[in-house]
Design a protein. Structure first.
Length: 160
């Protein structure tokens, strides 16, 4: 079919309608196989811009910049920035931001530097129950359980 389409073969020459039908059939078979069109990897300049965007994104975990502002600050369109994040980091801008927020919250709670509420506020949550739900969803443990475990291991490790 692809060869026929490429060379315009067919009985008595391929009509435009027949070529359109072959094109659609080829496209349908291509997408049915789950083969996505391959996109070119980000250029060095795009990689640099994406790394800069990541730095700006994670500068303040309590308040994420808007995607359009972040993209503009890096000289990219929102589409190119999102595509670049997926290509370089394997996840969307939002997913990377959430992962880093939850990792920071874990470190704050585990180190006993902050209580659960303060750690949630530090990473941008004003509602403690939303923070706890997202923390549990991400880490599989409630932040209060982590706090108890961290406090227990500190007591066990400290001389009596």
């Amino acid at each position: 079919m692809a060869v026929q389409l490429l060379h315009g073969r067919g009985e008595g020459g391929a009509s435009r309608l027949l070529r359109d039908a072959w094109s659609l059939e080829l496209l349908a078979r291509y997408t049915a196989c789950g083969v996505a069109p391959r996109q070119a990897p980000p250029t060095r300049a795009e990689r640099d811009a994406i790394e800069h965007a990541r730095t700006l994104l994670l500068r303040n975990l309590a308040s994420a910049p808007k995607l359009d502002e972040l993209a503009a600050a890096c000289g990219l369109s929102v589409y190119r920035m999102n595509r670049g994040f997926r290509a370089i980091y394997g996840q969307s801008v939002h997913a990377l931001y959430q992962r880093e927020r939850m990792a920071a919250a874990w470190r704050l709670i585990e180190s006993s530097a902050m209580d659960v509420g303060s750690a949630g506020e530090q990473v941008g949550y004003s509602n403690l129950s939303h923070f706890s739900d997202n923390f549990r969803r991400h880490h599989g443990i409630l932040p209060s359980e982590l706090k108890r475990c961290a406090a227990g291991s500190l007591r066990a490790a400290s001389p009596q």
